[in-house]
Every structure is written in structure tokens, then in C-alpha cells.
Write a protein that binds this ligand. Structure first.
Ligand code: PMP
Length: 285
């Protein structure tokens, strides 16, 4: 695989990052994951915009290559011959001379930029979309700025392991009695044909897929309510699903052991998945 590190396209075995990189030492970094279908990037503009916001919220210097990010994404997709897959991008505050809590001077420490691709031939016809996934609920123990897409993914990793140990596929996180989001996705329920998903705020990541799905749903005259909901309400819902750049729209058929609706993927989630894939492919770059 060819990867991108600070301006160079290199074989992955030759790519190197300093041990003093703040991404490594302090999780002082942000990232984006953009999906690729038919060799084209899905919603690149949305991901680029959120990236700039994450950088700015953390006072992280903008890397010099920022205006060329689309070209860099495309070049890696081309070099690695990705038809279906993902492009992972990470920017850290870089590698100062020594470990120190204070942010380094951006004049002397440039950000580190890394991109790599992941080949996922089954990305758009994932069999899980036909079966649906099972989730458990866990306390949300992440930091309070989940709207910034940082590489602090330890708690979400633990959540996935807790789900696995419970025989489930993923976990929905709970704060003050309400669902915030999934470990790596936004959470939704459907009741009487109304799509319900938590309102935006610092408590959740502002999903790029979420924004697109809600826009398509409104264009298709579906009702949308952006508000919090509980696990009890979700267990009484007609359908449930998650969204993310790598799963698109994925039905949820069981929450904490309780079947949702008939315990099989519902028609609204299936329709949203179809609309999302069709519409995003049309404008892929
Ligand atoms: N919430 C969290 C915590 C996530 O990690 C992700 C995926 N990165 C999402 C939501 C979904 O965001 P997107 O649709 O932009 O992939």
C-alpha cells in the first residue's frame, strides 16, 4: 500500500513518524474517514469542512497541504486502485523537540499529515445491511467535546469490546438517561414514520452522513425530529438505525436484547439507505 506522509507518497513500510509526535503522545490530533464508491469520494466537501472546524476548535495550525487535500485523496485512491473502500486522514500538532503539555510554537513545529486507504470491496453491499445489527447500551464516558473529531478513540474501542463480549455488534452511549450516539456512528429511531435523532451539540459528532441523510429524508417529505431519546423509547420504536461514512445507513434490530419492531430491518431504514447511496454516488468526486 502507498501512504501519504507530510507531502510524500511512500510504501507503508517506509513511512515514519517521530516518537515525539503529539498525536502519539497526547492524542493531540484530528481525523476524517471518507468513503470511496466506484473510485470516487463520497461527500468530500463535508469531510473537508468538518476537518477545518476540528483544527480551528483545537487551535491547531492548518497544514500547508490543506488546499490540496482533494488531490491527495484522489491520488491515493488511484495509486492503491481503490474501487470501494475508505480514505483515512489524520492531522496532529506535529513533533516538537521534547514532550511538553504546552502546545508547541506553530512557527517551529509543523503539523503531521498522514493519509492511507483501506480496501473494502463489500462496502456498499455489506451483508449486515440485510440482517441488521445488535447494539447494547453503555455509559458515555468520553470527554465533553465530542463535536471535535479527535483521535482519542480509547473509550469507543472499549465500547466495541463490551459489545463484542455481550454478543452484540456495537454500543449506543447513554448520558443523563439519553442516547448520545454509537461508538463510531450516529443513532436514530423511527416511530410512526418520524425519524428521530439527537440534536446537534457538543455531546455528539456532527456526522457528515447524518447531515446528508436528514437532508434526503426531508426532500422525500419524511418527518424528522432532532431531539434526544432514551433506550426505553428506542426499544418501543418501529425501527432503529445508525449512520456513518463507512456504514452509510445500517439497520439496528436489537437493543439490549430487545428486538426492535419485527426484529428485522425495517422499510424506512432500507429506503433511506437506498436514497443515500443513490444520491451520494451522483455527486461523488
Ligand atoms: N459519531 C461518532 C462518535 C463517530 O466516530 C462517527 C464516525 N466517524 C460518526 C458519529 C459518524 O460520522 P460520519 O457520518 O461523518 O462518518
Amino acid at each position: 500500500r502507498t501512504v501519504y506522509v507530510n507531502g510524500a507518497y511512500l510504501p507503508e513500510a517506509e513511512a515514519k513518524i517521530s516518537v515525539f509526535d503529539r498525536g502519539f503522545l497526547m492524542a493531540d490530533g484530528v481525523y476524517e474517514v471518507t468513503s470511496v464508491l466506484d473510485g470516487k469520494l463520497i461527500d468530500f466537501a463535508g469531510h473537508a469542512k468538518r476537518l477545518e472546524r476540528s483544527l480551528s476548535e483545537l487551535d491547531m495550525p492548518q497544514p500547508a497541504c490543506l488546499p490540496d487535500l482533494l488531490d491527495i485523496h484522489r491520488e491515493l485512491v488511484r495509486l492503491n486502485e481503490i474501487d470501494k473502500g475508505l480514505v483515512y486522514l489524520q492531522i496532529t500538532r506535529g513533533a516538537p523537540d521534547d514532550r511538553d503539555f504546552a502546545f508547541p510554537d506553530p512557527e517551529t513545529t509543523a503539523p503531521t499529515v498522514v493519509l492511507f486507504t483501506q480496501n473494502k470491496p463489500g462496502l456498499s453491499d455489506n451483508p449486515a445491511a440485510k440482517k441488521g445489527i445488535k447494539v447494547i447500551s453503555i455509559e458515555d464516558q468520553r470527554w465533553a467535546r465530542r463535536d471535535i473529531k479527535t483521535v482519542q478513540l480509547l473509550y469507543p474501542s472499549m465500547g466495541k469490546m463490551m459489545a463484542k463480549a455481550a454478543g452484540a455488534d456495537d454500543a449506543w452511549m447513554i448520558e443523563d438517561g439519553a442516547v448520545t450516539e454509537g461508538t463510531s456512528n450516529n443513532a436514530y429511531i423511527i416511530k410512526n414514520n418520524t425519524i428521530i435523532t439527537r440534536h446537534l451539540g457538543n455531546e455528539i459528532l456532527h456526522g457528515i452522513t447524518r447531515a446528508a441523510v436528514l437532508r434526503f429524508a426531508k426532500e422525500a417529505q419524511m418527518k424528522v425530529e432532532e431531539r434526544s431519546f432514551t433506550i426505553a423509547e428506542a426499544q418501543e420504536a418501529d425501527e432503529a438505525f445508525i449512520t456513518s461514512a463507512s456504514t452509510f445507513v445500517m439497520p439496528v434490530v436489537e437493543i439490549d436484547g430487545t428486538a426492535i419492531g419485527a426484529g428485522t430491518p425495517g422499510p424506512v431504514a432500507a429506503r433511506l439507505r437506498e436514497i443515500y447511496l443513490d444520491e451520494s454516488r451522483k455527486v461523488a468526486v
